[in-house]
Design a protein around this ligand. Structure first.
Ligand code: DX5
Ligand code: ZN
Length: 227
């Protein structure tokens, strides 16, 4: 099945070198990529901590990549402004915590950013159905968020298909992103189920031939087989 959108690879900074973040981001730029995925964790919604707005702002001063900021926070509504001010281009918020999702998405727009909604593996597709016309991106987590390097959850594929079907039926244009355990093989499976935006941390930063990895994800038809 052909995707509605151009395929995008968004390397996840979480798997970069935290003592040389700029070096890791330069790697992303060097391969001609446009997007950088930045994971923000609060130690409550997920059992880990990562970056804050100051780090995003510092990177913004040095890079013009599209910053895809994934907020894994209990109270994301309190943090959209700091991350928008820091230079996020897209801010994604989870559906699971209790807050006004619609209002927060509008706030993200008012701040001049694209907006996304995220579902954990245990959260059904139906939970975001009513928001699909209000977002630029739907992120389907393919691992339980919190840590890089986990195994892809194949049981998320039907959820992708369901959301892709709604997108087609309603003629919507949001991106459908996957995050967690994405490598060449699992990206292919996700693409077949409608995904067009692929977050890869470990697989990107550990790839021996990054050029081939990028080509296989973003231009699968033209990619050379990887031996
Ligand atoms: C997980 C994060 C991911 C993470 C993915 O909670 O949301 O973005 O960096 O890492 P990999 O690609 O290693 O599974
Ligand atoms: Zn993420």
């Amino acid at each position: 099945m052909h995707s509605l959108q151009q395929n995008v690879l968004a390397p996840s900074l979480l798997a970069g070198d935290h003592s040389h973040l700029a070096r890791s981001v330069r790697d992303v730029e060097a391969y001609g990529l446009q997007w950088l995925h930045i994971d923000i964790m609060d130690g409550h919604f997920v059992p880990n901590l990562t970056f804050g707005p100051a780090t995003v702002a510092a990177l913004r001063n040095n890079f013009s990549l599209f910053f895809d900021v994934h907020l894994m926070l209990d109270n994301p509504h309190n943090y959209v402004k700091p991350f928008a001010d820091a230079g996020a281009d897209l801010i994604s918020i989870h559906i699971e915590p209790e807050y006004d999702h619609g209002e927060t998405l509008r706030h993200i727009s008012d701040l001049g950013c694209r907006k996304g909604i995220v579902l954990n593996p245990g959260t059904p597709a139906d939970s975001v159905e009513g928001l699909l016309d209000a977002v630029d991106l739907v992120l389907v987590m393919t691992v339980q968020p919190g840590f890089g390097g986990q195994s892809f959850r194949e049981d998320m594929l039907p959820k992708l298909s369901r959301i892709d079907t709604w997108r087609r039926e309603r003629n919507l244009r949001f991106r459908l992103e996957v995050d967690g355990g994405i490598n060449l093989q699992t990206a292919g499976q996700c693409r077949e189920h409608g995904a067009d935006t692929f977050v890869a941390g470990t697989a990107f930063f550990n790839a021996e031939d990054k050029q081939a990895f990028v080509r296989s994800i973003e231009s699968p038809g033209s990619a050379q087989p990887l031996g």
